[in-house]
Design a protein around this ligand. Sequence first.
Ligand code: NAP
Length: 300
Amino acid sequence: MLTGMQIAVIGGDARQLEVVRKLTELDAKLFLVGFEQLDHSFTGAVKESLGSLELSEIDTIILPVPGTGSDGKVETIFSSEDVIITEEIISKTPPHCTIYSGISNDYLNGIIKKAKRRLVKLFERDDVAIYNSIPTVEGTIMMAIQHTDFTIHGSNVVVLGFGRTGMSVSRTFQALGAKVKVGARKSEDLARITEMAMTPFHLSNLAENVRDVDICINTIPFPIVTASILANMPVHTLLIDLASKPGGTDFRYAEKRGIKALLAPGLPGIVAPKTAGQILANVLSQLIEEDMHIRKGKSQ
Ligand code: NAP
């Protein structure tokens, strides 16, 4: 239970509603900033403006998945007001206050560091990334179906990267009957790809492995699908780039060559906001409970 914890949820999309639901069920007291247009109300949660929030009593701040923009602006789909997080705001919280976001950027890292608070980036955690790969894969399948006139079954699929997302993507496309090749650079990844009955190749041999590709799915956040790689792909190839912005594809050259290349960020929040929110809510509730116990232990 989170009885006694005072938590500010600042901005966010439908995923944050699952977080609010879970944390209020656990008896935390919630302050919702940037939610004034939300029709729904939650027992134990009050809507506040950033200016009227008693920051000195806040134990935890939960930011939206992207954290803030590079100007400190927080994404607020349930509000028309600008909500901007500054170092001054963070400094008004008590020293034990922990800030949670999905990812971060130089601006957010900088203000948190200057304010000497702790920032937890949930998407850096393996558990969150692996759970999140489930709706990501479903969104990728949706895109593959929407943007092709052939079945996934029987098609040549190349997946780039064999991390938490790449592994889930390649296994699922294989289960749908695609002939899946996976490009990686670690020998243990190449061994695992073989063990899973897919075709491995080292990324240094990427150019020769895309000559007959129908669907290429990139999960590597690095410029990997360069013009010279695209030049080797058939023109009918559908390229779905899942890597975080700006992706790993030379989109300008893809367009020039007539290859359909789609950057597809944030699929979990688009195809399954409820599940994506529950993934965050479950991890957040555990982490906040741990914070609470550590703090109580220190004060005894
Ligand atoms: P991950 O577990 O860290 O996997 C990244 C993969 O990329 C690993 O195979 C890694 O290989 C490889 N890689 C990284 N840099 C490389 C380089 N310079 N050259 C060659 N290979 C490189 O990450 P993840 O959780 O799977 O996420 C992958 C990307 O997808 C991230 O950008 C993430 O933000 C994004 N993502 C997007 C969505 C969406 O909805 N579009 C959803 C979830 C995640 P090594 O292990 O050898 O380093």
